[in-house]
Design a protein around this ligand. Structure first.
Ligand SMILES: [Zn+2]
Length: 287
């Protein structure tokens, strides 16, 4: 809050605060994370594509349904911002808020990346994460956040009065425009809230403000995802580098991020199907 509270606590404030929380969603109703299936799929897979995202830039790449992709921190500690679309329909895209509500503020192995309404389905499943040891630290921070959005030139201009064109929002826009042959203004409307891959963030304990700290990622760390549908992805290399100090400027050391796309052995995918769309058929009608 920007100003001190204007209202006095009621006499029973302590009792009201002591009400125990309940988890909002019944996670045991989510589609099961079949660990043995995903562990089998990632055995003996074939590298079919590699993409290197240069520093302070972004690249788009496709991942067919049933393939996997790794985002690698090979050369130095570097945060990446990930966008996902249905490769066949850009109107279906990653839904950060619902992913956060269903899983957690930070995601790791076994969590899904959900798409927006009305299809609302897992677009990808995290199958491996070499940073899963981090958990949550003494500040409440975790890795791979879905609580931040992406650094952008509008917020930067509002706060600093300067124009900076290498924010993740802008590089993601340019990468999508190049991949789909779209004008920048149209591509921008498809860029959405991201998974902040490798980024270490949390909310301050006292005021619940968003904070970041230097990513714990080391060379060789990677996160791996299984494409549940045909994906178009875009990944930016944040101008904040490890995001230990700032972003939206050219001051932080930045490094490339390596992306690898893998095709599993066909027999390991027997019986597997791309995720169907959500089957709610009510059309938001009142009756
Ligand atoms: Zn950024």
């Amino acid at each position: 809050m920007a100003i001190p509270a204007q209202y006095q606590e009621p006499a029973d404030a302590a009792a009201r605060r002591a009400v125990p929380p309940v988890t909002v969603y019944t996670l045991d109703k989510l589609p099961d994370f079949d660990r043995s299936f995903y562990e089998t799929v990632r055995r003996d897979m074939t590298l079919v594509d590699t993409v290197v995202v240069p520093p302070r830039d972004a690249r788009a790449f496709e991942v067919p349904a049933g393939h996997l992709f790794r985002i690698r921190n090979n050369e130095g500690t570097q945060v990446g911002d990930l966008n996902l679309w249905n490769a066949d329909d850009l109107s279906e895209r990653f839904y950060s808020g619902k992913t956060r509500a269903l899983h957690a503020t930070h995601i790791s192995t076994g969590d899904r990346l959900w798409s927006n309404f009305p299809r609302f389905r897992p677009m990808a499943t995290i199958t491996h994460d070499t940073l899963d040891w981090y958990g949550f630290d003494e500040f409440g921070a975790g890795v791979h956040d879905v609580i931040g959005t992406r650094c952008d030139p509008y917020t930067n201009h509002m706060l600093t009065g300067t124009d900076y064109n290498y924010c993740c929002h802008s590089t993601l826009t340019r990468a999508l425009a190049a991949a789909k042959g779209l004008p920048l203004a149209e591509a921008e409307t498809h860029v959405h809230d991201v998974v902040n891959v490798f980024m270490c963030t949390g909310y301050t304990r006292d005021t619940n403000e968003y904070f970041m700290k230097a990513s714990p990622a080391r060379p060789g760390d990677f996160i791996e995802l299984f494409a549940e549908i045909n994906l178009l992805a875009a990944l930016s290399t944040c101008p904040g580098g490890d995001c230990g100090a700032g972003h939206s400027s050219d001051t932080a050391p930045c490094f490339p991020i390596h992306i690898e796309v893998y095709k599993p052995q066909e027999e390991h995918l027997k019986g597997w199907q791309p995720t169907p769309s959500n089957s709610y058929g009510g059309g938001n009608n009142a009756d």
